[in-house]
Ligand binder design. Structure first.
Ligand code: UT7
Length: 309
């Protein structure tokens, strides 16, 4: 009995903010942002809230999985930009879906939130505590960046993606997974309550490459596989240079690395499931493929999941 991703859905705000738009807002340039990060544009939520984007992505995942929403036993929303102090964004999504008698909670692990969520959902499903979980990454980061701070405002974007997770008799499974944290490094990336994102980018960059490499090597080793066995790597989309360094360290060719950072920037907990959706849509991913997911973010938190899709 394994873990299957039955359906993936996304919601992206319509408003695009390009690097050229940002040139008019702060002292930056398309050239700087493109060469240092790989980002060309990002989506910005206007009247869309974190729970609304989460809900819309959930509807799309439910439709694509062919299940009925009543088949869902619980909702987990990974986010660093929750809609309210409380209740959880997950409870607001539950209300929008009109579901009763299920559990719903948020998970705070910043950009690693989706991988943390997978680990939690997998544990609950394997332990028989739930049959089917709706896992969502939803972010409205535009609401917590200082639009006068060029060192952070150019990096992030808004959006949401959902997956429906269940166990079944198919070949799909998590082959190995590991999540990590190091609270002693929290000051490298954080936002105070009701405040803006603070980031020590240069230090974070080095930790990001090192920690994701460690996590990837761990899960590959645990599963008895080598980097050549991987069909597709879907890394958290924070910086194209981080992704390229990681690929180089793992010796995985570019064509096996999925990137869409140029379109969306860093969407934190939504970044991996948005990329998963697009990889599927583009035919880059099919059932049975070996997929390596990895992320690193505030906490610091990081991890990797190796799955047979
Ligand atoms: O998702 C969670 C994980 N996130 C990450 O892992 C992010 C990791 N860090 C990074 O991606 C990169 O460090 C950044 C993209 C944040 C920054 O790139 P960098 O190459 O490390 O630049 P830097 O911070 O060393 O800054 C280089 C220069 C500085 O000017 P001086 O001091 O050399 O004169 C900055 O003031 O670039 C300047 N700068 C900018 N210039 C134009 C910083 N931001 C901008 C900007 N436009 N937007």
């Amino acid at each position: 009995m394994g873990l299957k991703i039955e359906g993936v859905g996304i919601y992206l705000p319509k408003k695009r903010l390009t690097n050229f738009d940002l040139e008019k807002m702060v002292d930056t340039s398309d050239e700087w942002i493109t060469t240092r990060t790989g980002i060309k544009e990002r989506r910005i939520a206007e009247d869309e809230t974190t729970s609304y984007m989460a809900y819309r992505s959930a509807l799309s995942a439910i439709e694509r999985s062919g299940i009925s929403k009543e088949d869902i036993d619980g909702i987990i929303v990974a986010t660093l930009s929750p809609e309210k102090q409380f209740p959880s964004t997950a409870c607001l999504v539950q209300e929008k879906l009109g579901l009763k008698d299920i559990f719903a909670f948020d998970l705070s692990a910043a950009c690693s939130g989706f991988l943390y969520g997978l680990e939690v959902a997998w544990s609950m499903i394997s332990a028989g505590r739930a049959k089917r979980i709706l896992l969502i990454g939803s972010e409205k980061i535009s609401g917590i960046v200082d639009w006068k701070d060029r060192s952070t405002c150019v990096l992030f974007g808004d959006g949401a993606a959902s997956v429906i997770l269940t166990n079944d008799e198919s070949n799909s499974d998590i082959l190995a997974s590991k999540i990590y944290s190091d609270g002693s490094l929290w000051e490298l990336l954080y936002a105070p309550l009701c405040g803006y994102i603070n980031m020590k980018g240069r230090e974070l960059f080095k930790v990001a490459v090192r920690s994701m490499e460690e996590a990837c090597r761990y899960v590959l080793d645990k599963a008895g596989l080598s980097p050549e066995d991987v069909d597709l790597v879907i890394p958290h989309q924070a910086n194209i240079r981080i992704i390229n360094s990681l690929a180089e360290k793992l010796n995985i060719p570019e064509e096996k690395i999925y990137t869409n950072i140029h379109k969306y920037g860093n969407t934190s907990a939504a970044s991996i499931p948005i990329a998963l959706y697009e990889a599927l849509e583009e035919g880059r991913l099919k059932r049975g493929d070996i997929v390596l997911l990895t992320a690193m973010g505030g906490g610091l938190t990081w991890g990797a999941t190796l799955l047979r899709f």
